[in-house]
Write a protein that binds this ligand. Structure first.
Ligand SMILES: [Zn+2]
Length: 297
């Protein structure tokens, strides 16, 4: 399942091809992905110019001049491929290898950039858990898929005060609170484990326990907010560098080796200087949590 940094990498990879470009024609090669395509899907996008390409949590949003807004989710295995002449680029496959089997090319956008260069933006999705929806510019944020989403973990919005307000009085484990999309949107299992390791906080303590009484500043919440922002920013930066590698190189993606500090490192030594702990795996709400019991308190 692509996590937020991967989706943001896809957005940044598609931006130069799509923003300002005319969608000349759309081919939807099936009636559905996870959901049926909206009525007259291809017709409503064909002939429109893309004003901007955005992201909300793990949803990509392509805003057409004069509407509508295309809302797209990559699901488990969805990816975009940009084809221009002989060249191809698959932004965002730095973390999971993506299918290039043409049998799973379900949607093709034929686009022309403002300088007249033509390319095809192909959506490939072997498992078809991805989806594409249309909404109006005035109301896309209230779409049922997006309406209940919490704050973005990128940018400066997420700080210790905000986490304090969100987590105050919550008995749920810190890990579960961070995964709750209604509180903070777009955080998945990998980056929650990594953020908790960076902040030195145990995934098992209750979310409310990092928030002190009314007049005290929460050092732990500050630390956690910073760790979340950093972990996401670092991953996005690594994704961006994988894109640059690709452009320079020979067809194979500049293989993104994300060295996690906790995630998927069960039984290995903790990487925090001075810590002699061993990374442990526990199961919380059905998902694996990796953490160091020695330095994450
Ligand atoms: Zn440790």
């Amino acid at each position: 399942m692509p996590e937020l940094p991967e989706v943001e990498t896809v957005r940044r990879g598609l931006q130069p091809v799509l923003e300002g470009s005319l969608i000349e024609r759309v081919e939807a090669r099936r009636p559905d992905l996870r959901f049926p395509f909206p009525e007259r899907f291809a017709e409503r996008l064909g002939g429109r110019r893309v004003q901007s390409l955005g992201r909300r949590a793990k949803y990509l949003t392509a805003h057409m001049e004069g509407g509508p807004v295309l809302i797209c989710h990559l699901g488990m295995s969805g990816s975009f491929r940009v084809e221009a002449g002989e060249d191809g680029l698959t932004p965002g496959s730095f973390h999971h290898e993506r299918s290039k089997d043409a049998a799973h090319d379900h949607v093709v956008f034929h686009v022309a950039t403002p300088d007249g260069a033509r390319s095809r933006v192909v959506f490939n999705d072997p498992r078809r858990f991805g989806f594409m929806l249309l909404a109006e510019e005035e109301s896309w944020r209230e779409h049922p898929m997006l309406a209940g989403l919490g704050v973005e973990p990128t940018g400066n919005t997420l700080d210790g005060d905000l986490i304090g307000n969100l987590f105050k009085g919550r008995a749920a484990p810190l890990k579960a609170a961070l995964l709750d999309q209604k509180l903070i949107a777009g955080l998945g299992n990998i980056y929650v484990c990594e953020a908790l390791w960076r902040a030195g906080l145990s995934p098992r303590r209750s979310a409310g326990s990092i928030v002190p009484g009314p007049s005290k500043r929460s050092v732990r919440a500050d630390r956690l907010a910073e760790a979340v922002r950093e972990v996401i920013a670092d991953a996005i930066a690594a994704g961006g560098s994988s894109l640059r590698d690709y452009v320079q190189a020979d067809g194979s993606l500049g293989y993104f080796q994300h060295s996690f500090s906790a995630y998927d490192r069960e039984g290995e030594a903790c990487r925090r200087p001075g810590c002699e702990g061993i990374i442990t795996r526990i199961v919380q709400s059905g998902r694996s949590t990796f953490y160091c019991p020695a330095c994450q308190r």
